[in-house]
Ligand binder design. Sequence first.
Ligand code: ZN
Length: 376
Amino acid sequence: MPLSISSSFDAGAIEVVSLARADDIQLAIRADSHADFRQWFHFRLQGARGVPCRLRFVNAAACTYVDGWERYDIAASYDREHWFRVPASFDGREMTALCTPSYDSIHFAYFEPYSWERHLALIGRAQLSSRARITRLGASIEGRDIDLVSIGSESEDRAPVWIIARQHPGETMAEWFMEGLIDRLLDASDALAMAALERTVFHLVPNMNPDGSVHGNLRTNAAGANLNREWLSPSFDRSPEVAVVREAMLRTGVRLFLDVHGDEGLPYVFVDGCEMLPSYTPAHAARERAFTTALRAANPDFQTERGYSRDKDTKVNLSLASKWVGDRFGCLSLTLEMPFKDNANLPHPGTGWNGIRSRRLGADVLQAILAGLSVA
Ligand code: ZN
């Protein structure tokens, strides 16, 4: 069977430069559908069973996060359920990976994908619980639903917690995280979930950017907008996904907010806060400390030594979700980042950071949320 590469499926993205020789497969990483960011790839190679292959990503140095290729290994899977890492190297110009597939068909991706089909299945499953309600907040540029999963009952004495994921659609670990949290909150035998729902109501948007997810984009929607720069003045022409979520937040209020992401460069799990806001007080700092201390204890994949430098955004940028929410609602508001690579503190080279670890972290964040809310 001759070699072939395809990417005409959910989140598929690659450009084939040359397939003439298995030991010199040349690939180019494609730009987002409507913007010039490029980093995400997802494709299927066939006809290479038992054949030593060399994959060359010839434009790696022209990608958006070049430091993302250092100490990075490619995610791969035969059955699209179990993902492992294929060792890769970056020489400053190209990224190269060597692989001899054991089967006829193998998928490669920048990170373990989370498909739109899986999203719809998650929403469908969640609504079967009497604890959950599904609301269609609106539609994306291309008409995909913006789904809100609300868990718990809304009442005056219950603190509204908002968590959103995948503003940057290529950061699929963010939706794995949401799946872990949703499943825990709906688990009838989980005492912490029961206790949490006595005083909180959760509003969860597992996928803020369905169009970008399906297109295989790294950072933007079908209008080329980076949604995490749209929070100050979203528009229905360019960023309806943000506009409808923001409207819903203004209706319910927000007591704690998490915006879940993946970071291309840093091999750690960390949070980024709102200490640059004029409204940030010692009480905010105490809530943040309670949150981070509890998350470290609940899941040692999370750490507080490494992250963005505290003065990275000394200028207040209210176009970012966590800054806008922190400013508007005066609440604990954090961006949570997971790695595309591995967690350098607790490495697992066979899989790197992956869907299961993201899901586990999403379940464990419940303890940290309760700790953050417990500080007046
Ligand atoms: Zn992001």
